[in-house]
Design a protein around this ligand. Structure first.
Ligand code: ZN
Length: 139
């Protein structure tokens, strides 16, 4: 695909996150000392400066905090208008990803969404937001 989208910059600090995404899991980095969650991944805890961390797996349930609709510039890697959402994950951190399958007229702050995964430019697997489907235990 001809695309101007830059390749991912994978580092020692965020490699776990992209690896989990390829396996269909959304992981959130957690400070091993004070247990504060953080995203995007970073080497040190912004609360206590600890360099020790582990991860928790997100439920992928989230609500729409804000969004924007991109019309230009266009890139072959995306369909336009491109809706990009900022969501509050159930665990408390936020995530930015494109929204799929929801008309922009239907978007409402606070609406229930969930994170799924899709192939992006260069074959990378990255999060995408979609309408939340009721799971068995919620019916
Ligand atoms: Zn900490």
């Amino acid at each position: 695909m001809r695309t101007a989208v830059p390749r991912l910059v994978v580092t020692q600090d965020n490699e776990f996150w992209f690896r989990a995404a390829r396996e269909g899991r959304l992981e959130i980095q957690r400070c091993a000392d004070c247990h504060t969650l953080r995203h995007p991944p970073a080497p040190a805890c912004p609360e206590c400066r600890s360099f020790d961390w582990d991860t928790v797996e997100s439920s992928r349930r989230c609500t729409l905090h804000s969004y924007t609709v991109i019309h230009h510039p266009r890139d072959d890697a995306f369909d336009y208008p491109l809706v990009v959402g900022l969501v509050d994950l159930e665990e408390g951190t936020r995530l930015v990803a494109d929204v799929s399958g929801v008309d922009r007229e239907e978007l409402e702050f606070g609406m229930e969404l969930e994170v799924c995964f899709a192939e992006h430019a260069h074959g990378e697997i990255l999060p995408r937001l979609r309408r939340r489907e009721k799971r068995e235990e919620e019916r």
